[in-house]
Design a protein around this ligand. Structure first.
Ligand SMILES: Nc1ncnc2c1ncn2[C@@H]1O[C@H](COP(=O)(O)OP(=O)(O)OP(=O)(O)O)[C@@H](O)[C@H]1O
Ligand code: NI
Length: 363
C-alpha cells in the first residue's frame, strides 16, 4: 500500500481549433500523495490548467483522448456525471486565481461557506432535490450548524474577526481575505485533494506568502494532498515538496523540489530557473523563454523544447522521448542531458530561495 492519493497516467487532452488539434496535455504522468504538496510549473500555455481541469473533469471544450486519472484507486475517466459531482464536492476541490469563479458577489461570504458545508452534509438528498427541481429544504438546525462551522472554517483560515467577516460581501474583503474565503469554500466538504490553480498570482508578495503558508498549514492539519499550479518557480520553491515541470503539454522533469531546483537536469528546467523573476535585476521585466511556447498543433513528435535547446540533436525531434529515473523519484525526459548534473544554473546571479549557490555552472 502506498499513500498515493491521485495518479495521472499518460493523460492526453486535446482542443479542436481552426488551425488543427491542440495537444494541450500530451502524455502527462505524475502522482500526489496524501499530505504532500506537488507543484505544477511551466510558462503560460504549457498545459497546467488543462491538466488541472482534466483531473476534475472540467476539461470541456477540450477532450480527454487517452490516459487514466485515479483518485484513491477510482478511475475518474470512467465514472458517471452524478458520481463526478459527488467527487468534486467531497473528495476534490479546485480553487482558481480569480475568486469570482468561486464566490458569488451578491451573497455574504459566510453564507456561501455555510451553503458549501450544507450541500456537503446533505449530500445525496440535495442531489434528489436538484433532480426534482424544488427549492432546498431548509432544516433550521442543520443550517445553524453549517453557519457555525463556516465561522470556524474562517477562523482556521486566519480570517480576522470571522463573525463580522462572515456578513461581508466579497468586494468588502481585501484580495488576500477573499482568497482565504475561497479556500474556506473549497475546504467545506473536507476534501482529500485540493487543486489550486495560480491561487496567489493576483496578490502582492507579502499576501502571497501568507496564503502559501496557510496552504502548508492546512496540509499539515488535514493530511491534504495539494496540487499547486504556478508559473512562478519561487512560489513552488517556497511551498512544494515535489515539482512537475511542464513544457508544451509534456512533463520535462519531475522530482523532489530541493533536488530539481538545486540540481536541475533538464535543459528546460535550467532555462526556467535562469529566467525566474527572482533572478532578474530589479526593474527588469520577466520575459518568457526566447521564442516562448512551442507549436502544440498537429505535429507533436519529439521533445517540445528541442527548438530552443542548445543540446538538441536530430534524435530529439523524433518519436517519444524516453523518461529516465536519475535518482529515486527524480525523472527527466531528455536524451541529451549530460550525466554530469548542472550544479546551479544561477551561480552567476542571485539564487532563488532554496537554490543553493555552490557554483560549477557546466552549461
Ligand atoms: N478552450 C480552449 N480552446 C482551445 N485551446 C485551448 C483552450 N484552453 C486552453 N487551450 C490551449 O491549451 C494549451 C494549454 O493551455 P493551459 O491553459 O492549460 O495553459 P497554462 O499552462 O495553464 O497557461 P497559463 O499560465 O497562461 O494559465 C494552450 O495552447 C491553449 O491555447
Ligand atoms: Ni493556467
Amino acid at each position: 500500500m502506498t499513500n498515493e492519493l491521485l495518479r495521472v497516467e499518460d493523460l492526453q487532452t486535446q482542443f479542436d481549433s481552426d488551425q488543427g488539434t491542440v495537444h494541450a496535455v500530451d502524455g502527462v504522468s505524475f502522482g500526489v500523495n496524501r499530505g504532500e504538496i506537488v507543484g505544477l510549473v511551466g510558462e503560460s500555455g504549457s498545459g497546467k490548467s488543462a491538466t488541472a481541469r482534466s483531473i476534475v473533469r472540467l476539461e470541456a471544450p477540450g477532450q480527454i483522448t487517452s490516459g487514466r486519472i485515479t483518485l484513491d484507486g477510482q478511475d475518474l475517466t470512467a465514472v458517471d456525471e452524478a458520481t463526478l459531482r459527488r467527487i468534486r464536492g467531497d473528495d476534490i476541490s479546485i480553487v482558481f486565481q480569480d475568486p469570482h469563479e468561486t464566490l458569488n458577489p451578491v451573497f455574504p461570504v459566510g453564507e456561501q461557506i455555510a451553503e458549501a458545508v450544507r450541500i456537503h452534509e446533505e449530500g445525496s438528498s440535495q442531489g434528489l432535490l436538484d433532480f426534482l427541481g424544488v427549492p432546498p429544504f431548509r432544516n433550521r438546525a442543520a443550517w445553524e450548524r453549517a453557519k457555525d462551522y463556516a465561522v470556524e472554517l474562517m477562523e482556521q483560515l486566519a480570517i480576522p474577526d470571522p463573525n463580522r467577516s462572515a456578513d461581508e460581501y466579497p468586494h468588502e474583503l481585501s484580495g488576500g481575505m477573499r482568497q482565504r474565503a475561497t479556500l474556506a469554500v473549497a475546504l467545506a466538504g473536507d476534501p482529500d485533494l485540493l487543486i489550486a490553480d495560480e491561487p496567489t498570482t493576483a496578490l502582492d508578495t507579502t499576501t502571497q506568502a501568507g496564503i502559501l503558508r496557510q496552504i502548508r498549514t492546512l496540509r499539515d492539519q488535514r493530511d491534504l494532498g495539494v496540487l499547486l499550479i504556478s508559473h512562478d518557480i519561487g512560489v513552488i520553491a517556497q511551498t512544494c515538496d515535489r515539482v512537475v515541470v511542464m513544457y508544451g503539454g509534456q512533463v520535462m522533469e519531475t522530482g523532489p523540489v530541493d533536488e530539481v531546483l538545486t540540481t536541475p537536469e533538464h535543459p528546460y528546467t535550467r532555462a526556467l530557473l535562469e529566467c525566474s523573476p527572482r533572478n532578474l535585476a530589479r526593474g527588469d521585466r520577466f520575459r518568457p523563454l526566447e521564442g516562448s511556447q512551442p507549436n502544440t498543433i498537429s505535429s507533436h513528435d519529439g521533445c517540445p523544447f528541442a527548438d530552443h535547446c542548445h543540446l538538441a540533436t536530430p534524435d530529439c525531434r523524433r518519436g517519444d522521448i524516453p523518461v529516465t529515473e536519475r535518482e529515486p523519484d527524480h525523472r527527466v525526459a531528455c536524451i541529451e542531458t549530460p550525466l554530469e548534473p548542472c550544479r546551479d544554473p544561477t551561480a552567476a546571479g542571485e539564487s532563488p530561495n532554496k537554490v543553493a549557490p555552490d557554483g560549477g555552472d557546466n552549461e
